[in-house]
Design a binder for this molecule. Structure first.
Ligand code: DAH
Length: 342
């Protein structure tokens, strides 16, 4: 019996006992088969590779066909104005209530990063322009400030600048770098995430909301490089979507990272294109990069000794893809018809 057939029997036997059927796709036997391919004689390689792929596909379709099909979400018109003549919906008894879908998923995100060694910090709902811009290498008059149009207070800070509702969780980078500076002195990395609410002065539609959530990530130590950034995000997304994913980075621009990337993942929901990925098989998900030396310096960290990566990911988008939610405005709509589906 050849190695593939042997692995096939072992995997199918194990499949029945697995609580989470998708775990079979992470089996070490499968990984070992793939690992042997480069060492094979050139004449055998292609047939062997195809047979391993066929086994993986067979397992994937078994997992897909037997996983619980979730009830499709009910469509609700989130933009409908309040009708005061509609019957008051019967309120839930407290014990029948449920967590908001975003809260459920934020807990999941915190748990996954927590297992990877990241502590979680909260952001703020009002911040100053110093943290929104200056510490992130957007000096006064920098054109990229216009990309972060948000709401301002009438009150101003000691420099006469109005306070802002933060347009991204990156406002917390400087505070995190300072708070955990001692980690570096002790030879430990700074590893933190900030999952929290952010605000933008947006024209609202199915993909844009004035209030939404991001998770920021910051990792600084000696010798950190972009490969670690990509691997960390890939691991996180594979754990979040419970499957192997391919990832890709394209060059981008943010003032607070150099180099900066736009990070995309292979669509977790299709092989050949679907509505979630607009038939492209890839989903542009988040911004990331290597922390700019000026951002490290603003926190008193010597960029010639330490390097780090940072990323910022929209949580609403992650959750919309996971639950097939078609309109971001559901989250803040407070409509019970929507919330009761979770
Ligand atoms: N703050 C950026 C935004 O909201 C996202 C982002 C990009 C965060 C790159 C980062 C980063 O930490 O390194 O558009």
């Amino acid at each position: 019996m050849n190695a593939i057939e042997q692995a096939r029997q072992v995997l199918f036997a194990r499949y029945g006992e697995l609580e989470n059927k998708a775990d079979i796709l992470k089996a070490p036997e499968l990984r070992e088969l793939y690992a042997t391919i480069p060492n094979l004689d050139a004449s055998e390689r292609s047939a062997f590779g195809q047979a391993v792929n066929a086994l993986q596909l067979e397992l994937k379709s078994k997992v897909a066909s037997e996983s619980v099909v979730e009830k499709p979400l009910l469509p609700i018109d989130v933009t409908a104005p309040m009708d005061i003549n509609t019957a008051v919906p019967s309120l839930l008894l407290a014990e029948q209530g449920s967590q908001h879908p975003l809260t459920q998923e934020i807990e999941r995100v915190v748990d996954i990063f927590g297992r990877m060694g990241f502590v979680a910090e909260e952001s703020r709902e009002i911040d100053n322009q110093h943290h929104m811009f200056e510490t992130l290498n957007f000096p006064k008059g920098h054109p990229a400030r216009d990309d972060y149009d948000t709401f301002m207070t009438v009150e101003a800070d000691s420099e006469g600048e109005p306070f802002v509702a933060p347009a991204h969780t990156s406002t917390m980078q400087n505070r995190i770098l300072k708070k955990y500076y001692a980690n570096l002195v002790d030879g430990e990395p700074i590893a933190a995430i900030v999952p929290d609410r952010v605000f933008r002065n947006e024209d609202l539609d199915a993909r844009h909301e004035h209030t939404f959530y991001q998770v920021e990530g910051v990792y600084v130590a000696k010798g950190v490089h972009a490969g670690m950034l990509v691997a960390t995000l890939q691991k996180f997304l594979e754990e979040y979507y419970q499957q192997k994913l391919e990832v890709r980075v394209n060059p981008f621009y943010f003032p607070f990272t150099e180099p900066s990337f736009e990070f995309a993942l292979s669509c977790p929901f299709c092989e050949n294109g679907c509505s979630v990925c607009s038939n492209s098989k890839w989903i542009e998900l988040l911004g990331c990069g290597m922390i700019h030396p000026n951002v490290l310096k603003a926190a008193g960290i010597d960029p010639s000794v330490y390097t780090g990566f940072a990323f910022g990911c929209g949580i609403d988008r992650l959750v919309m893809m996971k639950h097939n939610i078609e309109d971001i405005r559901h989250f803040e709509s407070a409509k019970l018809d929507f919330l009761r589906q979770f």
